[in-house]
Design a protein around this ligand. Structure first.
Ligand code: ADP
Ligand code: MG
Length: 265
């Protein structure tokens, strides 16, 4: 809990990366459908699979939606932006690379105003958005209904996303949730994302670090991936804050790592 952090003489620093699926009918570089819930692997075409010889063609709808988001948060819209290949292999990305905007993102430098707490304790704060870039989603690994193997559904491959990256400016789980809720409200209000967290249309990665009060450099962060509810976001951050404080108080150092939140455990 954030109260525990303060009592123990620590400050909490949180930055969020939010993936919002854009509500286009077709994919970001192909004409395949983005509709949710189809039979596995019927909506992944040759472009989505990155088969040799295919030509990705950029979906103008995705450009308009990302631009609208930039305008909604008072950001700068790049006159020229570009796509890069981020090379990595993962079972849900068998073509071996993701098309994303590393060097020149479409949106940079916006702000979001959040309200935290209630009654006398309520306060407002501005959170800066570092950038928001366009990219394609990967497929999905399916663990249910399979024994000792994993199923791969590539229907989601190539679905347009904007990844919205915040500055490390949130100081508690409450602030992080207020910010995520605000972004969730904005993308739905401007009609660029259906906001359905159960279906994975809106997913949050939380970068969390702690540092001793008064220390100016940031502490070592860990990143908790793919949180798909605000309750899990809150709990995962609270758990991670306590874990990091325990690590430091026991004389060890936090190791930078990607972690998963298991709500059952
Ligand atoms: P990557 O893509 O490798 O995760 P980024 O530099 O894009 O790296 O940072 C991702 C997120 O981590 C941003 O939201 C940023 O604000 C946040 N962040 C960076 N350093 C820290 C830190 N020490 N503590 C908490 N959050 C951090
Ligand atoms: Mg990250």
């Amino acid at each position: 809990m954030s109260r525990y952090a303060a009592d123990a003489g620590f400050e909490v620093v949180i930055g969020l990366e939010i993936h919002a699926q854009l509500a286009t009918r077709s994919k970001i570089f192909s004409g395949a459908s983005t509709a949710f819930g189809a039979e596995p692997n019927v909506q992944a075409c040759a472009v989505d699979l990155g088969l040799p010889g295919v030509l990705p063609v950029f979906n103008e709808g995705a450009l308009k939606m990302a631009t609208l988001f930039g305008l909604a948060i008072n950001a700068e819209i790049a006159k020229v932006s570009s796509f890069d290949r981020k090379n990595y292999f993962y079972p849900d990305l068998p073509k071996g690379y993701q098309i994303t905007q590393l060097a020149r993102p479409i949106v940079s430098g916006g702000q979001v105003r959040i309200q935290v707490g209630e009654g006398d304790q309520a306060y407002q704060k501005t959170i800066n958005v570092t950038r928001a870039h366009l990219e394609e989603d990967a497929g999905k690994s399916l663990h249910e209904n399979f024994e000792s193997v994993t199923g791969i559904d590539l229907n989601r491959a190539g679905t347009p996303l904007i990844e919205i990256v915040s500055e490390p400016e949130m100081a508690s789980a409450e602030e992080a949730v207020a910010y995520a809720r605000k972004i969730h409200a904005i993308v739905q209000y401007i009609g660029i994302c259906d906001g359905n967290m159960q279906e994975g249309s809106f997913r949050v990665d939380a970068n969390v670090s702690v540092r001793e009060k008064g220390q100016t450099e940031l502490g070592t962060r860990t990143e908790i991936k793919n949180l798909n509810s605000f309750r899990f976001l809150q709990r995962a951050i609270e758990f991670e804050i306590e874990r990091q404080i325990d690590v430091i108080e026991s004389g060890q150092s936090v190791v930078q790592a990607t972690r998963l939140y298991d709500p059952q455990k």
